[in-house]
Design a protein around this ligand. Structure first.
Ligand code: FE2
Length: 346
């Protein structure tokens, strides 16, 4: 007997589209239900919360982008794929930020829909398994919770190591970022508590990448805009994964680690000093470590090139004070002599 796959709610005002998707997905073992607008979708989910919703953006009444926050708030275990002919990247980016796992454009190619459905449900299963495992171990008395937290942190560290070990390019990245971040944090006179938060946030800053398609994560060429959006969801998925086990400050650092100092980052709402200091530190440490490491699409930059890049983006992408501390540090730890001799030769 074949075990039926997850249930999918198809939300679209066009009956023909619902019908095609319903028949196609049923052929692949999925149980589908249909709703013609957001209100009907929420009513159906209340009775039978589907594992996945394919949600049209353009519908009469409430658009899918406004229904999405209701779904994610009321049915947090339901994954959502947005569907539409809308090409406005701001609308799509907002949907991803609001919790949608993927986006498919109309007109559909059924293979694309199926690929997105399979991938989204695979990630949903994995994320839920991890969450449930740690929630179970987190129940009980205070002592048990402390032990569970330790267990969780150890497991997360090894998860990060596993994630990075599948890719020679990012091996040891988080450990290295944590080391650089702590050096910067000490020079900024952070308290021991703030340094501890910083260490965990730096170690876990990219943990959300476990939910990212490895083919996209390790793509050797330039990313398309939808691939970039997909990768950037790690800054939303990561915090939700670690939230039950770390304090809000660590969660905030992870959430903001791709924010630009001038507010010009992807779907960014905070800027300047409103970005948590830990996130501004991790951003500098992360970028410097990445620049000086080999990547699938380029060789590692030299220290000198990385410093030039850091200087160029100081004040726009990076906090000028923090990036200057890093620049000074690297110069002091060996680069200064080289810079001087290069200057003398020129
Ligand atoms: Fe990241």
């Amino acid at each position: 007997m074949t075990i039926p796959k997850e249930s999918i709610l198809l939300v679209d005002d066009e009956e023909a589209i619902r019908c095609i998707l319903n028949k196609g997905l049923a052929l692949h073992g999925y149980r589908c239900d249909e709703a013609e607008d957001g209100e009907q979708a929420l009513a159906k989910l209340k009775i039978n919360p589907s594992e996945l919703v394919i949600l049209d953006i353009n519908m009469p009444g409430k658009p899918g982008s406004e229904v999405l926050p209701d779904i994610t708030a009321r049915f947090p275990e339901t994954a959502v794929i947005m569907a539409s002919g809308v090409t406005d990247t701001k609308v799509i980016a907002k949907c991803i930020k609001d919790g949608a796992q993927d986006y498919i454009s109309k007109p559909f190619r059924f293979e694309q829909v199926l690929q997105s459905v399979n991938g989204t449900l695979d990630k949903r299963r994995l994320a839920l398994e991890i969450q449930r495992y740690f929630q179970d171990t987190g129940r009980g008395d205070k002592q048990k919770q402390v032990e569970s937290r330790k267990l969780f942190m150890g497991a997360m560290e090894s998860l990060v190591n596993t994630l990075e070990s599948t890719d020679t390019y990012t091996k040891g990245h988080s450990q290295a970022v944590a080391k650089i971040a702590l050096t910067l944090g000490q020079q900024l006179s952070l308290s021991s508590e703030e340094l501890e938060d910083l260490r965990w946030a730096a170690l876990l800053h990219d943990v959300g990448k476990i939910a990212i398609d490895p083919d996209i994560l390790n793509k050797p060429g330039e990313l398309t805009s939808s691939e970039y959006r997909h990768i950037m969801t790690h800054a939303v998925i990561g915090p939700s994964l670690v939230k039950p086990f770390v304090n809000d400050r660590v969660v905030a650092i992870i959430s903001h680690h791709h924010d630009h100092y001038d507010g010009g980052g992807y779907e960014q709402h905070a800027k300047g000093k409103d970005i948590p200091v830990g996130a501004r530190i991790v951003a500098v440490a992360d970028a410097y470590q990445a620049m000086t490491s080999d990547r699938p699409y380029r060789r590692a930059m030299s220290e000198m090139e990385a410093l030039e890049e850091m200087l160029w983006y100081s004040g726009s992408q990076f906090d000028p004070i923090i990036s200057n501390i890093l620049i000074k540090d690297v110069q002091q730890s060996g680069c200064r002599r080289r810079l001087k001799s290069m200057g003398a030769n020129n």
